[in-house]
Design a protein around this ligand. Structure first.
Ligand code: AMP
Length: 216
């Protein structure tokens, strides 16, 4: 089961990827998580440059992203499948994904109104080492500001501000237009199981919609 989740930032991709990963025993691979983890563990040489890009809502270079994802997909846990969150994010990444034969069965788009995106972004907290995502109202941790599993500290992402989210929303709209144009031209969409789900609903209902798609 190879799945890509797409949608606006804060549309719930990470949370749903977490759910899919647990339910179907496939890894959740988020390029954002991989980058944050590397920065957190000080494993990237050009650490500061990448951190500045993330903080300001700019995209990290395709070269870095492709190298990260290729390395990650080579791990044994990906043999059964994976759920990708935040990759691809540019037309070039999408094309490379095809060239590299990174196959995909399902392309699921989570649709959320902009009003809800802002509501969700403000209140989001993450646990960097695992990528687990919480929200102080919609998905609170068992203990305030602590990760449920490790008890470690949760953080608020520096790019979860109104201004940066607006920028990331625009960037997503451009990306979506480009890939759909490309897929139509190359007749790719018909080989992909493309579904949209209403991500404005509550967590339980969204999970249910995803489950219904994945048994098709
Ligand atoms: P995310 O956690 O998916 O919201 O990603 C956070 C940030 O990491 C983005 O705003 C970008 O700066 C960077 N990033 C994550 N994935 C990608 C990608 N596929 N291509 C370029 N930059 C990315």
């Amino acid at each position: 089961m190879k799945i890509i989740l797409i949608g606006y930032p804060c549309s719930g991709k990470g949370t749903q990827a977490q759910f899919i990963s647990k339910k179907y025993q496939i890894p959740k691979i988020s390029t954002g998580d991989l980058l944050r983890k590397k920065i957190f563990n000080k494993k990237i040489n050009s650490n500061k440059k990448i951190n500045d890009k993330i903080k300001s809502g700019k995209l990290v270079s395709d070269k870095i992203i492709i190298s990260l994802i290729k390395k990650r997909l080579k791990k044994n846990d990906c043999l059964k499948g994976y759920v990708l969150d935040g990759f691809p994010r540019t037309l070039n990444q999408f094309k490379i994904m095809h060239l590299e034969k990174i196959n995909i069965d399902f392309l699921i788009e989570i649709l959320v109104s902009k009003k809800n995106i802002f509501k969700r972004a403000l209140g989001r907290q993450i646990h960097i080492p695992s990528g687990r995502i919480y929200h102080n109202i919609y998905n609170p941790p068992l203990i305030k500001n602590k990760d449920d599993i490790t008890g470690e500290k949760l953080i608020i992402r520096e790019d979860d501000t109104k201004k940066i989210i607006e920028k990331r929303l625009k960037e997503y709209e451009i990306f979506k237009k480009k890939i759909f144009k490309y897929c139509t031209k190359k007749k790719i969409l018909k080989n992909l199981k493309y579904f949209t789900i209403n991500g404005n609903k509550n967590l339980k209902k969204i999970k249910h919609s995803i489950q219904k798609i994945l048994i098709k």
